[in-house]
Design a binder for this molecule. Structure first.
Ligand code: NAD
Length: 321
């Protein structure tokens, strides 16, 4: 069994490798060659922590395993540790023996950014030039860096509930050589692509804030009760997701479904667009919306790519289990 510590991951994985791994596994999911196991997420009654497992099996990639982890809200203030903590475990699908254990924190950010980037590649208009960011926390920087690699960007505009966080996102835009402007929500109509990445439990982006032809990547809603965009937007948009079961239970679609505005048959998997079995965007006026809830197979796909590189570079630690 190979061990790849969290501290080693940054030198082993690129955004390009993450993008390729996530695009491939979304395609395998839509072709029914890969599937995710039901998500377990528990409030454990200790340290206010939420702990759980996301796992799956990709027959084509030969990847079997799970990500274990969650959210410990007091880590930073009490112990100087980051609040999100996760570890990825891979198993040999032929024998069931453990194959690898990897730090999953950076991988989570990279695979989440890769998912919205995949949606931009396949669903945004070819002439999209302005990126709108809703959110300015830890993930937003990864999101922006991955998104600009999928379109020709002239400008980044951003809104955040806590405006004091925006200058840091502006620094990331500046590093990427892009003009940056903080706007109010009405100003979001200038965006051709909007990424939402907040921990909101009530909609902030409303239908009136989104212009025809926009592509939305809704990435923050990954739990029952969370919501970033108005449910009416899903009724107006063509809705895509990573996995329908997660989208309707823990994603943005949970609200539109609950309000009777759409049904699960209105939601297509992005993998179908990648595979060419769904036409994707069909007009320049259409609003496309990707409900990215984060599936276990994304973690496993990126982790598997890292293990191979870690072994090649002599960084992986081998233990006999
Ligand atoms: P963070 O704590 O660093 O940042 C939180 C962001 O949400 C900030 O922009 C903050 O201003 C904003 N925010 C907080 N409360 C809000 C509210 N009530 N209304 C509107 N905005 C609010 O978190 P992060 O690590 O950047 O993660 C952001 C979200 O992304 C979280 O909800 C996290 O669970 C989710 N996430 C999703 C995936 C996925 O695969 N879909 C993966 C990782 C994280």
């Amino acid at each position: 069994m190979w061990i790849v510590p969290e501290a080693a991951i940054a030198d082993l994985v690129s955004r390009k490798a993450s993008f390729d791994a996530v695009e491939k596994v979304f395609a395998a999911m839509a072709a029914r060659d890969a599937y995710n196991f039901p998500v377990v997420r528990e409030a454990i009654g200790h340290e206010d922590a939420l702990y759980g497992f996301k796992g799956g099996f990709d027959r084509t990639g030969g990847t079997l395993g799970l990500k274990a982890g969650g959210y410990w809200p007091h880590n930073l203030e009490k112990r100087g540790l980051i609040n999100h903590q996760s570890t990825v475990f891979l198993f040999d699908p032929d024998t069931g023996k453990p194959a690898a254990m990897l730090g999953g924190n950076l991988l989570t950010a990279l695979r989440t950014a890769a998912a919205s980037a995949v949606s931009i590649r396949h669903l945004a208009r070819d002439d999209a030039r302005v990126i709108g960011m809703i959110g300015a926390g830890h993930q937003s920087h990864f999101q922006l860096r991955a998104a600009v690699e999928q379109m020709q960007v002239d400008k980044v505009i951003a809104w955040n509930m806590h405006p004091e966080m925006l200058p840091k996102l502006g620094e990331t835009a500046a590093e990427l050589g892009l003009p940056f402007e903080a706007v109010d929500l009405d100003g979001m109509t200038e965006a051709d692509v909007i990424i939402t990445i907040t921990s909101s439990f009530a909609p902030t982006l409303l239908a009136q804030h989104v212009a025809p032809g926009t592509h939305l990547a809704c990435m923050g809603t990954d739990t029952k009760g969370k919501q970033e965009v108005e449910a009416a937007l899903l009724a107006r948009a063509t809705v895509f997701c990573d996995e329908v079961a997660q989208s309707i239970s823990i994603g943005e679609a949970q609200h539109a479904i609950g309000d009777g505005l759409i049904s699960d048959s209105d939601i297509a998997e992005i993998g179908a667009v990648i595979n060419g079995t769904h036409p994707g965007r069909q007009s320049t006026e259409e609003i496309t919306l990707f409900d990215g809830t984060g599936v276990g197979l994304q973690d496993l796909a990126v982790a598997a790519a890292v293990v191979d590189t870690a072994i090649e570079k002599g960084v992986a630690i081998e233990v006999d289990m």
